[in-house]
Design a protein around this ligand. Sequence first.
Ligand code: X90
Length: 281
Amino acid sequence: MNLNDFKIVADSSADLLSLSKVNFSSAPLKIITSTKEYVDDENLDVDAFIDDLDKNKEKVTTACPSTEDWLKAFGDAKNIFAITMTSGLSGTYNSAVIAKNEYEKNNAGSKVYIIDSLSTGPECKLIAEKLEELIEQGKSFEEICEIIDAYKKTTHLTFMLESVKNLKNNGRVNAILAKIIGVLGIRLIGKASDQGTLEVLSKVRGEKHSLANMVEHIKNIGYKGAKIRIAHCRNEDVATKLKEKMQEEFPTAQIEIYKTRALCSFYAEKGGLLIGFECGN
Ligand code: X90
């Protein structure tokens, strides 16, 4: 089969705009204020968006991609793999499944596989990179579905947040937790649970402790030296320190750092880090 017969699609929580070898499109989420709607696509200036939000004192909400948004991202590809943010926190997976059914009905012979990441950000990026690798190797659609399901069980997401205000305002964490985080520099360290929800691992004060604590959690979850993807919202400094610490203990680790796009910037907030990693070999 030809490389061009395949397409990878992810919603914008994956922080991806393109892939190097396989066709890719993003289905954007939206961030909505009382005066403006920000579409999390390649046209959005994320830095200007973060500055705008800083000044906003009113309620801000988000919306997952609609079925039409997903269909637009599918384009006219024959074999599609679509990665969604966790169904435990967003309606994006449901929209994608409806789009899949419609697409397959209207395009005889085409196949769409929807992958519920049960996660977000860098874990979705790892899944996209793996799909790209498998497509390049010439695996069949069915083989890829099977391999990616198994792969997904070996990847994990941890995060470090300096504020959970936006998560709380949108009902994704409770108010008690929100009160603690951000007070006196306390950060939240957590992970995506097996159900794709936010699980608290620790509440830590200070950068040094947070970094050491994060490394411990990553190792406890089962990291042994493979790929790590770190997405940050205006916190290149701590992202780099984490990379260095991991690299010291795991010299062969392949670690990349990059910036969050709008959806993850909004929820992870300034200072936030999202860490996706492989626990396989
Ligand atoms: O459908 C929508 O409107 C989007 C709702 C998204 C809510 C959560 C976004 C989380 C982004 C923050 C920390 C990571 C938690 C991951 C747990 C699976 C990133």
